[in-house]
Every structure is written in structure tokens, then in C-alpha cells.
Design a protein around this ligand. Structure first.
Ligand code: AKB
Length: 317
């Protein structure tokens, strides 16, 4: 079988996608791209930079790659710290991968985000096709990336598929430098300190999804028949919507002494520019997307899994 390449393999999505792909296709068929030297990881790793075409081309040829999950990129908060770098990594990285995917006839997955939406987008039940006027460099690269993906599909017949990820909540990788990531930090700090200072206002409602649902949806999209894919920019992809206050309420049910205080900072403006809930009806109709986790089930699973990861005994919290 042709192998699968995952870039950004150590980020929030990669850390759960790689084990899922390895289970489905076999560990030897999944190749991880790392931009730093990584040791002691039981996977096939290649070192490389997504912006360097010759490096990547060598890896694609060497492993006979047939599918690429291109996850490497900067997020909303990290992007604002260094906009030129965000543009370079997110756009030039994507262009390199698109070109190589055409040349080696690979099926490609690339994540977009709710960051493509902006203050002028309808905030509730945001439709698939709507106003796209993002305010961050991250959202701008995601919007340009979506259009580039569709262009490559139309011009070169590339089988590229994409999802507009909402805020993802997972436990395998440490939280990234994003805005919705308060919803991951809160679990670590809750377990380690029994308190958390939230950088968003308590009533900031955002679309969110547990990582298990996100991975299931991502693989389902990649497995779907090509003629079922009517969207070649990026699918709206949704599960639950909640505020920091809602999440605190759920955490308190399982960590009764937990205290959250609110100190909104520059990240509030980013969160305020995004929708509160997303309509993903087209993903449901085209390839059968449905989420499983609600906020309560997700909270319990996060706490259980993080306790194991952080080696915290239940009777001590
Ligand atoms: C971020 O907050 O930057 C990301 C995203 C919603 O794409 N988690």
C-alpha cells in the first residue's frame, strides 16, 4: 500500500491522528514529518521543513506516499506574534504540499478553521457559504488556503479535502498557541492547581469539538468517495458550542473545589470576531458527519485521560 505522510504530527490534531491512522493502516505505513529532531517516539519519523520542496519531495519518493495530512501551521495567537512567519509557514508550506500532491498524485487533507469567519459573518448557526472577512493573519492564511485548495482541485484535479476545525479539545498534545485553547489549558491547571485564570470573558460562546470526534470526522472525510465531496474549499464542521462559564460548571461537577477567574486580554478580540455556532449540514449530507461527544462526556474524558497522563491519583484531587 502507498504510505501516509503527516506534517505537524506532534500538534493537537497530529498527536491523536497518528495513532488512529497507525491502527487503521499499520504503523509502518504512517510517516511523521518533524521540523526538529525527535527521539524516543515509536513511529517512522523524517526531519523536514514544509517550506522546503526538495526535502519533502525526497521523503515522498522514498516512502511512496499516497496520502498527505498537512497539519503543520501557526494558530491564531501565535500568528499575531509574527505575521510574516505565519504567512510563510501557512501559505508557502501549503503551496509546497499542493504542488507535490499534484506531482505524486496524493490525496491531501488540509485543516482550515472557524478563523476564516470574521465580525461581518452571521454569528449563529453560521452557514457553509457566507461572508468571509477574517481579522487575523491566521484566518487570512486559512481563507487564502481554502481558495488555493479549490483552485488546485479545479485546475489540476487534485483530490484535496478540508474541514473548518472549531476549537479542538484534546489531551495527548500540549495546547497550542490559539484562542480556543483556553479550553485545554483549563483542564491542566484545574488538575494541577485546582484553579485557572481564563483569558476570555466568561460568556464568550465559541464552537468546540472533542478531539476523538475531530479525528473520526477527519478520517471519515478522507475515506469518502470523491464524488461525494461537493465542497473543495473547506467544510463547516461542528459539534458543541459553549462558554468558559459552561465549561467551568461541568469541571466543578467532577472537581468540586475548582475556581476559575476571568482576565480577558488581547485574545478576547479574536474570539469576538468568530461565530458562536456553526451549521455543518452539508458535511452531514455529503459524507455522513455526526458528532458524538457533548460537553459533559468530553469533560469527564479529558479529566480521566489527563489524570493518567499527569499521573494524578483520583483521591488526591
Ligand atoms: C485557534 O484558536 O487559533 C485555533 C482555531 C480555532 O483554529 N484553535
Amino acid at each position: 500500500m502507498k504510505k501516509i505522510l503527516v506534517t505537524g504530527a506532534f500538534g493537537l490534531v497530529g498527536a491523536d491522528l497518528v495513532p488512529a491512522l497507525s491502527e487503521k493502516y499499520g504503523k509502518n505505513n504512517v510517516i511523521l514529518l518533524a521540523h526538529k529532531t525527535v527521539t524516543k517516539v515509536p513511529f517512522n519519523i523524517e526531519k523536514g521543513d514544509v517550506r522546503k520542496k526538495p526535502q519533502l519531495e525526497k521523503i515522498i519518493k522514498k516512502h511512496n506516499i499516497g496520502q498527505i495530512y498537512h497539519l503543520a501551521g501557526l494558530l491564531s495567537v501565535g500568528g499575531e506574534k509574527n505575521p510574516p512567519l505565519a504567512w510563510d509557514v501557512n501559505m508557502n508550506g501549503l503551496r509546497t504540499i499542493l504542488d507535490l500532491a499534484v506531482r505524486y498524485r496524493c490525496r491531501l487533507f488540509w485543516p482550515s478553521s472557524i478563523a476564516v469567519f470574521g465580525p461581518t459573518t452571521p454569528k449563529i448557526n453560521t452557514p457553509q457559504r457566507t461572508i468571509l472577512e477574517p481579522t487575523t493573519i491566521y484566518g487570512t492564511t486559512k481563507l487564502a488556503g481554502e481558495l488555493l485548495c479549490r483552485y488546485y482541485h479545479q485546475k489540476y484535479g487534485l483530490d484535496v479535502r478540508s474541514l473548518r476545525y472549531p476549537g479542538l479539545i484534546g489531551f495527548n498534545a500540549p495546547p497550542g498557541d490559539g484562542t480556543t485553547e483556553y479550553s485545554v489549558h483549563i483542564f491542566y491547571e484545574g488538575l494541577l492547581k485546582n484553579s485557572y485564570v481564563c483569558f476570555l470573558k466568561k460568556d464568550t460562546r465559541l464552537p468546540m469539538m472533542f478531539i476523538t470526534d475531530a479525528i473520526k470526522g477527519t478520517i471519515k472525510l478522507m475515506d469518502a468517495r470523491s464524488d461525494k465531496i461537493s465542497i473543495r474549499t473547506s467544510y463547516n464542521f461542528s459539534a458543541v458550542s459553549f462558554t468558559p462559564q459552561d465549561l467551568v460548571k461541568e469541571i466543578k461537577k467532577l472537581l468540586p473545589g475548582f475556581v476559575c477567574t476571568y482576565k480577558p486580554d488581547h485574545r478576547q478580540k479574536i474570539a469576538d470576531s468568530w461565530p458562536k455556532s456553526i451549521n455543518d449540514r452539508v458535511a452531514g449530507k455529503d459524507w455522513g458527519w455526526r458528532h458524538e461527544y457533548d460537553i459533559s462526556r468530553m469533560t469527564k474524558e479529558m479529566l480521566d485521560k489527563l489524570r493518567l497522563k499527569l499521573k494524578i491519583r483520583v483521591n488526591k484531587v
